[in-house]
Ligand binder design. Structure first.
Ligand SMILES: [Zn+2]
Ligand SMILES: [Zn+2]
Ligand SMILES: [Zn+2]
Ligand SMILES: [Zn+2]
Length: 377
């Protein structure tokens, strides 16, 4: 048996059909279509199709690639709740050319792996549908994510929120989250100040942010925000290349998200024909960060705190981290954020330039490494 692509005359969708050759004595071999096993997806979902349905973001950890700029309308309705970490999502196959030995292959965009090996074919014969090797991988997801329209808001700040560096209380390791501040007026009160699992950003298509003009939305997932901040902090070269085959902005994650490299493997179409001019880590968050930055400067407040002067109080300490997105004209604050509690009441909640603990000055760089180590990614 083998698989053939076939255009459905009614829906115009590309379908994948199980076929076999039938050999009748004295006749030319005849191709028999045994049954449709699935649809091959276009490389981009059209906007109207997406707008009809509730958007969703899904991601998983321990991957080297990911989708960030678009999402598929076909995934909607398959989530067990409005958010969680246990979704089993259907495979989405796009055509990915051929294996080196010549067999056709497909790329599963949901689980980021190729399909078409002998094992895959055997599973197809057994279960009757195309499933990639990673199809049971549980995914994190958010349905109807909090969405920010960058062109409508005066000031937006987005950070990767991580566990604290030091505390008198237990610090539990956890996955990073997305912390958001929104001000509707410059310097006004914050209308949003909280953590989210993942968020979606909309921007005008006039910005030319990505080669593919159809993309006007970037999803910020915890792994992408986490790697971006670690790389900013470690001064690693980041940029954003678009796939030479499908034009999709490339997101490096995992080892690739931490090591600059030249040859990039596309998470949208499964091809590795994209080369950057020099070794880089590619992330769509870089052009977004640069284009919407209101101010690239940092300032360190000249406030000082000596935690030794608060015996018997409890405290928690974080290093401030560079923002993923900072649209304010003010410089970003860089320092050490401290909460001090006495008798259950928070008596200090501020960012300091110098913090003393047990007679020594805390180093922001060391604190941030502790926070990174406690982040589950
Ligand atoms: Zn899959
Ligand atoms: Zn591609
Ligand atoms: Zn890459
Ligand atoms: Zn605080």
């Amino acid at each position: 048996m083998f698989i053939e692509r076939r255009i459905n005359p009614t829906t115009k969708a590309v379908e994948l059909w199980h076929c076999k050759w039938e050999n009748q004595m004295g006749e030319a071999p005849k191709k028999i279509y045994l049954g449709c096993i699935g649809e091959e997806k276009p490389l981009f979902s059209s906007d109207e199709k997406v707008a009809e349905k509730e958007p969703a973001i899904c991601w998983s950890y321990g991957r080297t690639l990911g989708n960030i700029a678009v999402f598929s309308p076909d995934l909607i309705g398959k989530f067990p709740a409005t958010s969680g970490n246990d979704a089993v999502l259907p495979c989405e196959f796009v055509n990915a050319g051929k294996f080196r030995h010549g067999a056709e292959r497909w790329w599963c965009r949901t689980h980021q792996t190729h399909w078409g090996t002998k094992g895959d074919q055997a599973a197809l014969n057994q279960f009757g549908d195309m499933r990639c090797a990673n199809h049971q991988q549980l995914m994190h997801y958010v349905v109807s994510p909090f969405t920010i329209n960058l062109n409508e808001l005066a000031e937006v700040g987005i950070w990767c929120s991580m566990p604290a560096a030091l505390s008198t209380d237990e610090i539990k390791p956890r996955a990073p989250k997305i912390h958001v501040h929104v001000r509707n007026q410059v310097g006004g009160k914050k209308s949003v100040d909280r953590d989210f699992q993942a968020i979606s950003l909309l921007y005008g298509d006039h910005s030319g942010l990505f080669k593919n003009q159809e993309i006007t939305r970037v999803n910020i997932t915890p792994p992408s925000a986490f790697e971006f901040v670690c790389n900013l902090e470690n001064n690693l070269k980041m940029s954003c290349v678009s796939c030479s085959n499908c034009g999709y902005p490339h997101l490096d994650l995992g080892d690739f998200g931490r090591t600059p490299h030249k040859k990039h493997f596309c998470g949208n179409c499964g091809r590795d024909s994209t080369w950057s001019n020099g070794p880089i880590i590619s992330t769509p968050l870089q052009p977004l960060h640069d284009q919407y930055a209101g101010n690239f400067e940092y300032w360190t407040p000249d406030r000082e705190l000596n935690l030794d002067s608060y015996p018997g109080s409890s405290y928690t300490v974080w290093a401030s981290t560079p923002a993923v997105l900072w649209t304010s004209k003010r410089p970003q604050e860089r320092g050490i954020h401290v909460h001090v509690r006495r008798d259950g009441e928070r008596i200090i909640d501020d960012t300091f330039g110098r913090v003393i603990l047990k007679g020594t000055e805390l180093k922001r760089e060391e604190l941030i490494q502790m926070m990174i180590k406690r982040s589950i990614s």
